[in-house]
Write a protein that binds this ligand. Structure first.
Ligand code: 3PG
Length: 210
């Protein structure tokens, strides 16, 4: 099993993707791979998300698919059963974290405060999602957390764009960023996979300094 640090090392950007129509799942994942992105966080925000996850896991071996928006232990279980290679939560509760730790996949638990970082660290996890990155304070806030807690690596997500990503990626405690800008709803609904490959190509050219 991969560890969470190696999940963050796959790509400078993890696309955060919401798919309504499962028939879009496989072509969308292939479009990301064509653009050089080999990882995807598929959010559990639609009734069909698990079908999309299963199809990507089964049919696109070149991409690592994780499940995002994990809010409950039950969602964590079903996502892993559907083939999720990693789990991402927007925040953590003690119960959710304890349960996710029993599953055999890397975790990116969401944190937004120093106390939350410390609480997750108590469980031995040194890789976390920082969410919502922009509203919570952006690069200066993450940089400040790195002074007392340099051992934690973050994947900031929320309000990040191609233009703002480099400000995060130059921080020593940021291994990659997450964002939905690679797969805008309008392009997904139009099935414009060429445009999505192009957005992926731009994103995959970004560099992390961590
Ligand atoms: C997430 O779920 O991590 C965010 O909704 C993605 O944030 P963005 O849409 O601002 O990129």
């Amino acid at each position: 099993m991969a560890d969470a640090a190696s999940i963050l090392a796959v790509s400078p950007v993890i696309p955060v993707v919401t798919i309504e129509d499962p028939s879009h799942a496989v072509p969308l994942a292939r479009a990301l791979v064509d653009g050089g992105i080999r990882i995807i966080e598929l959010t559990l925000r639609t009734g069909t998300a698990l079908d999309s996850l299963r199809m990507i896991a089964d049919e696109v071996p070149d991409i690592l698919v994780g499940a995002g928006t994990i809010l409950t232990p039950a969602q964590a279980e079903t996502a892993v059963s559907a083939g999720a290679s990693f789990l991402v939560s927007p925040g953590v509760t003690p119960g959710l974290l304890r349960h996710m730790l029993t599953l055999d996949v890397p975790l990116l638990p969401g944190v937004a405060t120093v106390g939350e970082v410390m609480a997750v660290l108590e469980h031995g996890l040194k890789v976390m999602k920082f969410f919502p990155a922009g509203p919570a304070g952006g690069p200066p806030y993450l940089s400040a957390i790195g002074a007392p807690i340099p051992q934690v690596q973050f994947c900031p997500t929320g309000g990040i764009s191609l233009a703002s990503a480099p400000d995060y990626l130059k921080l020593p405690n940021v291994a990659c960023v997450g964002g939905s800008w690679l797969t805008p709803r309008s392009l997904v609904e139009a099935g414009d996979w060429t445009a999505i490959s192009e957005l992926a190509r731009e994103a995959s050219a970004l560099q992390s300094q961590a």
